[in-house]
Design a protein around this ligand. Structure first.
Ligand code: MN
Length: 298
């Protein structure tokens, strides 16, 4: 199943190029009272929501996906966990370019560990990346993003995929430089999740999925998750030894080689293959500073 949020927090079921509005299914979620849960309530209740969608009458009305402004498929993640250099070819390009990649950060993931991106940096596919600090280099990074579905600590690798609700395309937008990753990758709009959630059963095994990112029609990143140094089960196990994982937590699994700068006005197209012989893709138009307007997803 492919589920999106669009317009003003409407829930949609994505069916090819069309979207069925299934917002009424959110009624199964518990009312929240202060202090609010530290997990994402929609992801925690996802199986109930899906059950409700299956029972809802289908009135046949569909919205054209191209006309919708897509929001992040996880609206209130408790944390955005991210993997640094997790593809060997990306490590090699970082080692080779001392000018761009601070030596402090060019180490293997087993040494570096993981880091957190601020949840305030999160946007969906329908919002523009607002590039700030234009005097510095800002890069695109396409990543497979894993959405945790059930809580856990010290999760065994063999059980790890049982904790996954689904997958998205993640863009880990990054200012290059010497500061901590958490700082350089947490500006508003620098974490993109979308275009929708592909549930784990539909997505299938996370290994062997191709990733592609184009800027202005030119392919910059083309890779496959089979080349992850720590694969998805290993990342979940690793992360859960330090953080308790909660429904709606997102793990950005790291970017492959081919990272490069983006500037206001560029058009980014990102795609990840799924197991249903199709690709999920989304388009971004980075804009400058705070004046960027929201753009429609194409
Ligand atoms: Mn990254």
């Amino acid at each position: 199943m492919r589920l999106c949020f669009f317009s003003d927090d409407r829930l949609g079921l994505v069916e090819g190029p069309m979207v069925r509005d299934v917002t009424d299914a959110l009624e199964v979620l518990p009312a929240a009272h202060y202090p609010y849960p530290v997990h994402d309530v929609f992801i925690a209740g996802l199986s109930s929501v899906i059950d409700r969608i299956r029972k809802m009458p289908d009135n046949g009305k569909r919205l054209d996906l191209h006309n919708l402004i897509l929001q992040s498929p996880v609206r209130n993640p408790g944390k955005l966990v991210a993997a640094p250099v997790n593809y060997l070819a990306h490590l090699e390009e970082a080692i080779a370019d001392e000018e761009t990649f601070s030596r402090a950060h060019v180490r293997r993931i087993e040494e570096t560990g993981l880091f957190l991106k601020a949840t305030s940096s999160l946007i969906g596919a329908g919002a523009a990346i607002e590039i700030r600090q234009l005097d510095r280099r800002t890069d695109h990074e396409i990543e497979l993003a894993v959405v945790i579905g059930s809580p856990g600590r010290d999760i065994a690798q063999e059980k790890a995929l049982e904790h996954v609700a689904g997958y998205c395309i993640g863009l880990d937008i990054t200012i290059r430089g010497p500061e901590e990753r958490s700082l350089r990758k947490s500006l508003d709009t620098y974490s993109v999740l979308g275009p929708w959630l592909v549930t784990a059963d539909e997505f299938g095994a996370p290994a062997g999925k191709s990733l592609q990112l184009d800027v202005n029609g030119e392919t910059k990143q083309l890779a496959n998750t089979k080349d992850l140094i720590l694969d998805v089960p290993a990342l979940i196990a690793f992360a859960s030894r330090f953080y308790s994982l909660q429904p709606g937590d997102v793990i950005f699994t790291g970017t492959p080689e081919g990272v490069g700068p983006i500037v206001p006005g560029d058009v980014i197209r990102a795609a990840i293959a799924t197991n249903v012989a199709s690709r999920v893709s989304m388009v971004h138009r980075p804009a400058s500073g705070r004046n960027a307007s929201c753009r429609r997803k194409k």
